[in-house]
Design a protein around this ligand. Structure first.
Ligand code: PAF
Length: 285
């Protein structure tokens, strides 16, 4: 098996995209910041199924980090990432550097109002502007017909879907299910930052969310379920529950009960690492 073609410049990417478009091929993109895990690989699998050409992008986007230490600590594993992609025979791993993405004088920000004011947006100022800006660039640079994102970052999925729709970018955003470890922890590159010891209580976040979803399905009140869930998460060793919300799937507005398609979304800190998760909640009849 030969290696994955690595493209580092916009010019190289543009050349490949031009050839693929001329041949009428469907291009899929899987945007990532690297440290690839099974969650990313499930997106690659979906892209391979639905597209003729697949580009995986790897760029640790400084504009979406509101904390310089977080940016510095973010795992960078390009060699391992490229090796993980070999069995999928993707057409390119696009690894631009900062200068390729944000050349001197770069002055444009893409900002999606409303959806970004809540949840992670409220706790990470500027984060979604950074995401929307880089994803807009990646959609335009790759000319992708389809882009694959995990539901694990549910708010991000809503934001990039709205951004593409509002800006008439003809890239279809495809959401793919969250992939979990055997114990239920949602796969995330950030899990690598947990020590073996800190990793032990990590699945409690998902367990507590699942219990709340089950309680809601039985008709129990969200407030009481939320209070018990937060107490359980803190008792397990998390230091803070940043949010634990029931929200409408379409506009992320807060709900007291799942009387329309809803999602439970939570963020909590464990040993200095911020974990997020979300699950669907069946709508009450
Ligand atoms: O989900 C991520 O890894 C990033 O937010 C993304 C979509 C690659 C943009 O930098």
């Amino acid at each position: 098996m030969s290696g994955v073609p690595i493209l580092r410049s916009r010019a190289e990417l543009r050349g490949a995209v031009r050839r693929w478009k001329a041949a009428g091929e469907v291009i899929g993109v899987v945007p990532t910041m690297g440290a690839l895990h099974q969650g990313h690989l499930s997106l690659v699998r979906a892209a391979k199924k639905h597209c003729d050409r697949v580009v995986v992008t790897l760029f640790v986007n400084p504009k979406q980090f509101n904390n310089p230490e977080d940016l510095e600590n973010y795992p960078r594993t390009e060699v391992e990432d490229a090796a993980k992609l070999v069995p999928f025979a993707v057409d390119a791993l696009y690894v631009p550097d900062g200068e390729q993405m944000y050349p001197a004088g770069f002055a444009t920000t893409v900002s999606v109002e409303g959806l970004t004011d809540v949840l992670c947006g409220a706790h990470r100022p500027g984060h979604f502007d950074g995401v929307a800006t880089v994803v807009t660039k990646l959609f335009l640079q790759t000319g992708a017909d389809k882009a694959f994102f995990g539901e694990k970052d549910f708010q991000q999925l809503q934001v990039v879907t709205r951004m593409a729709r509002d800006l008439d970018i003809p890239t279809e955003v495809v959401g793919c299910p969250t992939i979990r470890e055997e114990d239920g922890l949602a796969m995330s590159s950030r899990n690598l930052l947990l020590s073996d010891r800190a990793r032990i209580p990590a699945p409690v976040l998902h367990e507590a969310m699942q219990d709340v979803a089950d309680g809601l399905a039985r008709g129990e009140a969200f407030d009481a379920l939320k209070t018990a869930a937060e107490a359980r998460i803190l008792a397990a060793g998390f230091t803070e529950v940043e949010y634990f919300d029931l929200r409408a799937c379409d506009d992320l507005s807060l709900l007291d009960a799942p009387d329309r398609p809803a999602r439970l979304l939570a963020a909590a800190w464990l040993a200095g690492v911020r974990l997020i998760d979300n699950i669907g909640v069946p709508a009450r009849g």
